[in-house]
Design a protein around this ligand. Structure first.
Ligand SMILES: NC(=[NH2+])NCCC[C@H](N)C(=O)O
Length: 514
């Protein structure tokens, strides 16, 4: 039996009922929340990685990744509106495909969230180091990047991850107002970039357009390889669906929030990509045989020494503006990134702890993980464990590698969600669906195909890490989760779910008064 221990959707909904967070977010706030979660390291930093993989044709990569995300978002929206509870892909899978696959998804989401937090921490350090250099207080070079990236230890990435963890433990969380301000900062920074860079666009910078071709499966290079990486820049819209329990009229507002935030970001990214490529060019660094180096490899770091190519920059958007002679604006963009990226790290570590929390509540992980701090009312054990790991990996790995690993987990989860949508249409055709994926039998298979296409175009190295992680997950499940699950024979769901009080303020809206 493939789908064992399916947790009935009604039971999932009932659990959520008991937890009942305050419903206070509307469509506009959700869209802002989505944009806040989407814009981050991807566009600010991975533009360089995408350039290294595809050259000017990275513009196509931006489009391909956007299309895949839009398809996946349409599938996501149906489940999100139908099962408006926290926990995202993990919870949905539990309710449709059963515990085994739910575990697999939850385990893959660790890659998605925790490793994304690492990637964004490294991205932040790139901009912060740039600012320190401009200000005349550079860190010693070996402390600016990890060992694969030409340095030894990425000190700032480690520090920012630890600071964010500390804030989460003491329960500091962003209010919707802070989120709105940060979204404005990010959008303003990208707008300024577009306004300055696009007039400087020159045709020659697009030639050759396809220096590395389309790429081939497991190659991790070429347009498809770049799409698989830049996919990272679009992810985060699922944060909208995880806020379902805190949303007013989720059935209408969740789909609006998902699609609107994705649409706004896509337009921005295309303009930014066009400006970056067209103004200073984005030809990849090639080895003696004319083959592009892998982003995040020591060879690329070596080839990049002393180069001011876009693909070598760790703060590409600031770099472009500096190259164009707008040093002040370059620094302003750097500052915007430095201010805004920590909130993405916060969101990712927070999301990770919520997923562990839910899995532990379901008995698939030890109960200690859902232990709540008596004074701060935060799940501090799981937060500290997650934060320490995030900080360590951020200190040691390059951003491109981390982003690709994160993408492997995300793509896997998206495939599962799309499958779940189709199965549910067959199994429970009459369950109310406030949002129906349009042309589901076309959109879902296309979403799956798109995600698989990107997945396969990650590098061999990334995919081996993904499968290695999966094997560890299988072992943990076989020896722990399978026996301790609430749905295991002879066990009953706890009557009292651990409470996080006060309700997490992270998705909090403006205080509407009593
Ligand atoms: N759920 C995720 N995997 N989010 C990570 C991506 C974060 C965001 N899109 C960025 O570019 O920084």
């Amino acid at each position: 039996m493939l789908f064992w221990r399916v947790k009935p959707l009604d039971q999932i909904l009932a659990t959520a009922e008991r937890k009942s967070l305050k419903r206070q977010l509307g469509a506009f706030q959700l869209t802002m929340l989505g944009i806040g979660a989407i814009i981050g390291t991807g566009i600010f930093v991975l533009t360089a990685e995408a350039g290294q993989k595809a050259g000017p044709a990275m513009m196509l990569a931006f489009v391909i990744a956007a299309v895949v995300c839009a398809l996946a978002a349409l599938a996501y929206a149906e489940l999100a509106a139908m099962v408006p509870v926290s926990g995202s892909a993990y919870t949905y899978t539990y309710g449709v495909l059963g515990e085994g696959l739910a575990w697999a998804v939850g385990w893959a989401l660790v890659l998605e969230y925790a490793v994304a937090a690492c990637a964004v921490s490294v991205g932040w350090s790139g901009y912060m180091n740039g600012l320190l250099i401009s200000a005349g207080y550079p860190l010693p070079e070996f402390l600016r990047t990890g060992p694969m990236d030409g340095g030894s230890f990425n000190l700032l990435a480690l520090l920012i991850a630890l600071v964010v963890t500390f804030l989460l433990v003491i329960g500091t969380s962003k209010s919707a107002k802070v989120n709105a301000v940060l979204v404005l900062i990010k959008v303003a920074a990208l707008t300024a970039f577009i306004i300055i860079a696009i007039p400087a666009v020159q045709d020659e910078n697009f030639k050759p357009f396809f220096p590395t071709g389309w790429g081939s499966p497991l190659g991790g290079i070429g347009v498809l390889g770049a799409a698989a990486s830049i996919f990272f820049a679009y992810v985060g819209f699922d944060a909208v669906s995880t806020a379902a329990e805190e949303t007013k009229n989720p059935n209408r507002n969740i789909p609006i929030g998902l699609i609107a935030s994705l649409g706004v970001c896509t337009i921005f990214y295309l303009l930014v990509g066009y400006g970056a490529v067209g103004s200073i060019g984005s030809q990849p660094m090639l080895d003696l045989n004319g083959v592009a180096f892998h982003p995040g490899s020591p060879q690329l770091a070596e080839a990049c020494k002393g180069s001011d190519a876009l693909v070598c920059s760790r703060e590409p958007l600031a770099h472009v503006l500096r190259m164009l002679g707008f040093a002040k604006w370059g620094n302003a963009i750097g500052l915007a990134a430095a201010l805004a990226l920590p909130s993405v790290i916060l969101m990712m570590i927070y999301g990770q702890t919520r997923i562990f929390f839910t899995m532990s509540r379901d008995g698939l992980l030890p109960g200690i993980l859902s232990k709540v701090h008596p004074r701060f009312h935060t799940p501090y054990v799981v937060t500290i464990i997650t934060g320490v790991f995030v900080a360590a990996f951020a200190a040691l790995f390059p951003v491109g590698v981390l982003a690709d690993i994160s993408n492997s987990g995300t793509l896997f989860a998206f495939v599962m969600v799309s499958i779940a949508v189709m199965i549910l249409r067959k199994q429970q055709p009459n369950r109310p669906r406030p949002f129906r994926t349009p042309m589901v039998w076309l959109v879902c298979p296309l979403a799956i195909a798109g995600c698989l296409l990107l997945f396969l175009n990650l590098s061999m190295y990334t995919l081996s890490l993904f499968f290695g992680w999966a094997v560890i997950g299988l072992v943990v499940y076989a020896f722990y989760g399978y026996r301790n699950s609430d749905l295991a024979p002879g066990r009953s769901p706890p009557t009292d779910t651990p409470q996080l009080e006060p309700a997490p303020k992270f998705h909090e809206g403006p205080d509407l008064g009593p």
